[in-house]
Design a protein around this ligand. Structure first.
Ligand code: HEM
Length: 624
């Protein structure tokens, strides 16, 4: 059903773009093209960016103030968001069109890894701007990671409080991470397409040129903006959110961290295991008869998955050898072998020919498994083949020799061939542009190739072919039908809409905290007194507001031996009013070691007070 839906959508796109330029067939290549724009604009930003948290916000503002800087910033933001949406669309495409199982598992796993890496790059990139959104994202990411004991509250407390040195160190780490993962992704994408011969990594010129123009226009007219500057003493209640990167974060408002971790980890694991969970039956692979193989290399050149390699025998003869793990059972190699050296169970050419002879139909239709279902007709005999690329040009010649009037091959739209290149090879072979050529003695007007999506009704096309053949129509080449014309106006609009949508999707206003409340934020690192065996004392933190206790918690030192500093990060929401806030901290093993601070303040909604610890002065203080 999903496949039908996808094909309905893609045939609508083909009507606007022609199937050669249908962007749905080029999603992986488009993501790579956007990555190129992303890296170019990223290098520009890197040159002018200041890594110090005190100046990075103003350095980003300075970059945005020039025309080129604004353009580069916009390109960087929008192309990186675009990559995520395109990669997800590409994932849905391979999933619904069943291109992720068995031999494709390497592409599936590395694709997911690449997607995860892109998410990490984007999240770290947003933090580098150091605006209110950056701060909140830092805190929320820290909160998410705080579920793992190894991190605890340490990351969160870096983004608030008085320790600018700690924050500076964190910024350098984030920037190096951002650049290093971007470099690593090239390697992951290389493995991603490694099993594909001639991977399609460059989209057609029309697509990349239009996308470049649209992204440039978007960056100029709907500039990428910062939120207000981050403040170490202010909790960011409202921010604008980028849905490409932060789609998981709103879940934090709805469920506890434990449920979120369960959901994210189980969800990721299940998606990773799709190629094995949704197995289906693997078709039998081909067999190469070494004695018949003459070493012509056609199968080796045509295999879309590099499953055939050429090896020398002891006698020094070249022979084709199959790597079964990579074989897709597409049988495209059968279509390229003129010596009948390759066979596959369930696809026996001689048996098909014998049946045709016995039934003596007027027309024969050879369709692949992923294309349209033809209408029932008494005069047409239909066979399902693995791919139209598996039909050697000699097959239709043999069929026509039995007295059949015409042979029609029906396959997927060329650039969406289920086995990547079968349609392309069929068109080239039948039009004598690629070996094995269609025999010179065969009348090309008796053969027609139709390339359509699975939901297409091909009755009209079939009737037209039958009429042309019976009417004695002549043609010099094998006609290929299904290629629609590019409609410049419609395709331009269809391409522009998702690009423009990136603006609201990357600038979505959202509140992460109740906006009718005020907040007390605890954010500090505290080294308590060591007791026996160097273990440090836990601490107890109490807060009262207008004599009412609103908070009481004990925090333990970190480390296996409990000898490391304690990181504390917590948010306490209170009603906005004239507040007398008393904060008390006490080392539980040394009750005499205690500190207290009192703050009297009129708090309004969305106001916050940050209680932190100044390590050099060794005292607690509050930031307002
Ligand atoms: C992260 C960004 C991604 C990029 C830049 C990318 C790019 C590509 C490219 C260029 C191809 C080759 C297309 C061809 O030559 O026919 C490809 C194939 C493939 N990709 Fe991705 N991809 C990405 C993410 C993903 C994700 C997230 C998944 C799924 C989890 C995925 C699954 C696949 C599969 C299964 C194939 C093989 C399809 C086939 O053999 O027909 N990719 N990808």
């Amino acid at each position: 059903m999903l496949q039908g839906l996808f094909h309905r959508l893609s045939s609508t796109f083909s009507r606007a773009f022609s199937y050669e330029l249908n962007p749905l067939y080029w999603l992986g290549a488009i993501a790579i093209f956007l990555l190129v724009l992303d890296v170019i604009s990223g290098i520009y930003l890197y040159i002018f960016y200041k890594i110090d948290p005190r100046y990075c916000y103003s350095s980003v503002a300075a970059i945005s103030s020039s025309f080129l800087g604004n353009l580069m910033r916009g390109l960087h933001r929008y192309t990186s968001a675009g990559i995520i949406f395109i990669a997800i669309a590409h994932m849905v495409h391979v999933l619904v069109t069943d291109r992720f199982r068995s031999y494709r598992w390497v592409a599936w796993i590395t694709g997911l890894l690449g997607l995860g890496m892109f998410l990490a790059i984007g999240i770290s990139g947003y933090i580098l701007v150091w605006d209110a959104k950056a701060q909140l994202i830092g805190i929320l990411s820290g909160k998410f990671l705080s579920y793992l004991p190894v991190f605890g509250h340490s990351i969160m407390s870096t983004f608030f409080g008085a320790d600018i040195k700690l924050l500076g160190g964190m910024f350098r780490m984030i920037l190096y991470f951002h650049v290093a993962i971007t470099l690593a992704i090239v390697f992951v994408l290389w493995i991603h397409v490694l099993r594909n011969a001639r991977p399609r990594i460059i989209p057609p010129k029309y697509l990349w040129a239009s996308l470049t123009v649209y992204f440039v226009l978007l960056s100029i007219f709907l500039s990428a903006k910062s939120n207000p500057e981050a403040s170490l003493s202010k909790l960011p209640f409202n921010i604008s959110l980028d849905w490409a990167y932060f789609f998981v974060y709103p879940l934090m408002k709805l469920m506890p961290l434990s449920t979120m971790w369960l959901l994210v980890s189980v969800g990721t694991l299940v998606i990773c295991l799709f190629p094995w969970i949704i197995r289906g039956l693997r078709a039998a692979v081909v067999t190469i008869d070494k004695d018949k193989c003459v070493g012509c290399e056609r199968c080796y050149m045509d295999c879309p998955y590099e499953a055939v390699i050429m090896q020398r025998t002891f006698e020094g003869k070249k022979k084709a050898v199959l790597n079964e793990n990579k074989c897709a059972s597409c049988a495209i190699c059968i279509g390229s072998c003129s010596f009948k050296a390759i066979t596959m169970p369930g696809f026996q050419w001689q048996a098909m020919l014998d049946e045709i002879k016995e039934r003596s139909p007027e027309f024969v239709l050879l369709r692949c498994t992923s294309t349209a279902t033809p209408p029932e007709r008494n005069d047409v005999f239909t066979y399902t083949v693995p791919c139209i690329g598996s039909v050697h040009p000699n097959f239709p010649r043999d069929i026509l020799a039995t007295g059949v009037k015409g042979v029609m091959l029906v396959g997927c739209e060329q650039d969406d061939c289920h086995y990547r290149e079968g349609g392309k090879w069929a068109v080239a072979r039948y039009n004598r542009q690629r070996k094995p050529y269609l025999n010179q003695n065969v009348d090309p007007s008796k053969i027609r190739i139709l390339m359509v999506t699975s939901n297409t009704d091909i009755t009209q096309q079939l009737n037209a072919f039958i009429k042309d053949v019976t009417g004695g129509g002549k043609s010099e080449t094998v006609a290929v039908r299904g290629l629609k014309k590019l409609n410049y106006a419609v395709s331009a609009i269809v391409l522009l809409i998702p690009v423009v949508l990136l603006f609201p999707l990357t600038d979505f206003k959202m509140a992460f905290y109740p906006t009718d409340k005020s907040a007390i934020v605890l954010s500090f690192k505290y080294r308590s007194t060591p007791s026996v065996a160097s273990a440090r004392s836990p601490i107890k933190v109490d807060i009262t507001v207008n004599q009412k206790q609103v908070y009481s918690k004990v925090f333990n030192p970190r480390g296996i031996r409990r000898d490391s500093a304690i990181f504390v990060y917590d948010e306490v929401m209170i009603n906005p009013e004239e507040s007398d806030i008393k904060f008390k901290i006490e080392e539980t093993l040394f009750p005499e070691k205690r500190s207290e601070i009192e703050v009297k303040k009129q708090l309004n909604a969305k106001d916050s007070i940050v209680i932190t610890y100044d390590e050099s002065a060794k005292n607690f203080l509050y930031l307002k």
